[in-house]
Design a protein around this ligand. Structure first.
Ligand SMILES: [Zn+2]
Length: 357
C-alpha cells in the first residue's frame, strides 16, 4: 500500500536520537542524552515499564524548549512520515506541558504550522494538530489549553483537542465540560483511556466524557459489554500495539488483543504513539499484525475507518479516501516496503494548513 493514515502520534515522542543530541547540545543539557539514549547514541533506551516511559518522555520534553525546537521536531517527524508512505497524520502536541512552564502555545503552534507547510510542499505529507492537556494537572489547566487551541484554530492546522497523562489521576468526567466546549468549537475530541487504567476508564471516556475517539482502550478488550458500547456509540479507538508492548502493559505482540476489537465490530486503526522512543513505524505496525494472520482486507478496512474518523471536513476525508484507494492493491504491511512518496500531495496540503471546518 502506497499511502497510510495515522491518528495518534505524539510530537514529543517523535524526536529522533540525532535531533535529541542536537537539542541537548544547544541547551547545554548533556545529561539528557545519557539519560535517554543507549550508549551508541543512535536509539532510545528501553523504558522497561510505564513509569520508565513517563521518565523518558519527561526528559525529552526538557530539551524541547523554543518554537524553533518544535519546528525542528515537526520537520523531523514529517520527513519520517513521508519515508513511511504516510499521507496524513494527526499529531498530538502537549499544550499542557508548554503552559505548565508559563509558555504561551501560540508561537509554538505557528512554528508547527510552518514546518507542516514545508513538509506538505516538499514531501506531500499533511500534518494536522491535536493540542492536549495533562490529566493530573486538572480541568482548570485544561480550560487554558483549550482556549489556546481555539486561539490557534484551523488556520494553524488545529483540528482537535485531547486529554492524556495519568488516567488514574482524575476521572474522565472531570474533563467532560472542557471536551464538550471543544466540540462546540468544532474540534474533534480524543482521550487516552484504558492504557494502564481499568475498563471503567474507557466506559467513562465514552459515557461521561462523550469523546469522538479513545486512545489505546486496551482494557476494553477483555470486557465484552464495553466493546459493545464502543461499537454502538460508534466511538473510534486509536490502537497502539507496539507502544503497549514497549511500555510493558502488554507482555509481547502475540498477546496484543487486536482480534477482540475487530471481532466485536469496533472501528479502530493502528498507530505508533511515540515512534522515535519505541523505534516503531506505522508500516511496521501493520506488518506485525499481518505476520500474525490479519487478513489484508481487514487491515485495509482499518485504514478506511481511520480516514472516516479523521477530524477533517467531509470533502477532505473523501479526497483522502480516494488517495488511499489508489494504493489499495497492496494492503498495509502486507507487501514489500515502498518508501517512495505519493505521486500527488494529499488533499489540502498544497495550500498549507487545513481550511476551517
Ligand atoms: Zn498517546
Amino acid at each position: 500500500m502506497k499511502a497510510l493514515v495515522e491518528l495518534h502520534v505524539h510530537l514529543e515522542g517523535s524526536v529522533p536520537p540525532v535531533l535529541l543530541r542536537e537539542l541537548a547540545a544547544r541547551h547545554g543539557q548533556p545529561g539528557v542524552v545519557s539519560a535517554c539514549l543507549a550508549p551508541d547514541g543512535e536509539r532510545y533506551r528501553p523504558c522497561g515499564d510505564f513509569a520508565g516511559f513517563l521518565r523518558l518522555i519527561k526528559a525529552v520534553c526538557a530539551v524541547l524548549r523554543t518554537p524553533s525546537d518544535y519546528h525542528a521536531a515537526a520537520l523531523a517527524l514529517g520527513n519520517t512520515l513521508a519515508d513511511n508512505g504516510i499521507v496524513y497524520a494527526e499529531v498530538i502536541v502537549g499544550y499542557g506541558i508548554l503552559q505548565r512552564d508559563g509558555r504561551t502555545p501560540l508561537p509554538y503552534q505557528r512554528a508547527l504550522a510552518e514546518a507542516a507547510a514545508a513538509v506538505a510542499a516538499r514531501r506531500g505529507v499533511r500534518m494536522a494538530w491535536l493540542p492536549d492537556s495533562v490529566r493530573q494537572w486538572g480541568p482548570d489547566a485544561a480550560w487554558r489549553d483549550l482556549e489556546a487551541a481555539v486561539a490557534a484554530g484551523p488556520a494553524l492546522g488545529v483540528v482537535g483537542y485531547g486529554v492524556g497523562g495519568d488516567e488514574r489521576a482524575a476521572p474522565a468526567a472531570a474533563f467532560a465540560p472542557v471536551l464538550a466546549a471543544a466540540r462546540g468549537e468544532g474540534l474533534g475530541t480524543t482521550l487516552h483511556a484504558g492504557e494502564t487504567g481499568p475498563p471503567e476508564a474507557v466506559r467513562d471516556a465514552v459515557l461521561a466524557a462523550g469523546v469522538d475517539r479513545v486512545g489505546h482502550a486496551l482494557a476494553a478488550a477483555a470486557a465484552p459489554a464495553l466493546l459493545q458500547l464502543l461499537r454502538e456509540t460508534e466511538t473510534f479507538v486509536e490502537l497502539c500495539p507496539g507502544s503497549n508492548v514497549a511500555t510493558g502493559v502488554v507482555p509481547d505482540r502475540d498477546a496484543y488483543p487486536l482480534a477482540a476489537f475487530l471481532d466485536a465490530g469496533v472501528r479502530c486503526c493502528l498507530n505508533t504513539d511515540d515512534p522515535a522512543l519505541f523505534g516503531l513505524t506505522l508500516r511496521g505496525e501493520y506488518a506485525a499484525v499481518a505476520a500474525r494472520g490479519l487478513a489484508p482486507s481487514r487491515a485495509a478496512a482499518m485504514q478506511r475507518d481511520a480516514v472516516a474518523a479523521a477530524f477533517l471536513p467531509a470533502a477532505e476525508r473523501q479526497a483522502l479516501q480516494a488517495l488511499l484507494e489508489e494504493g489499495a492493491a497492496s494492503p498495509p504491511g502486507g507487501g514489500p516496503e515502498d518508501p517512495s512518496p505519493p505521486a500527488a500531495p494529499p488533499p489540502g496540503s498544497a495550500a498549507g494548513p487545513p481550511p476551517p471546518g
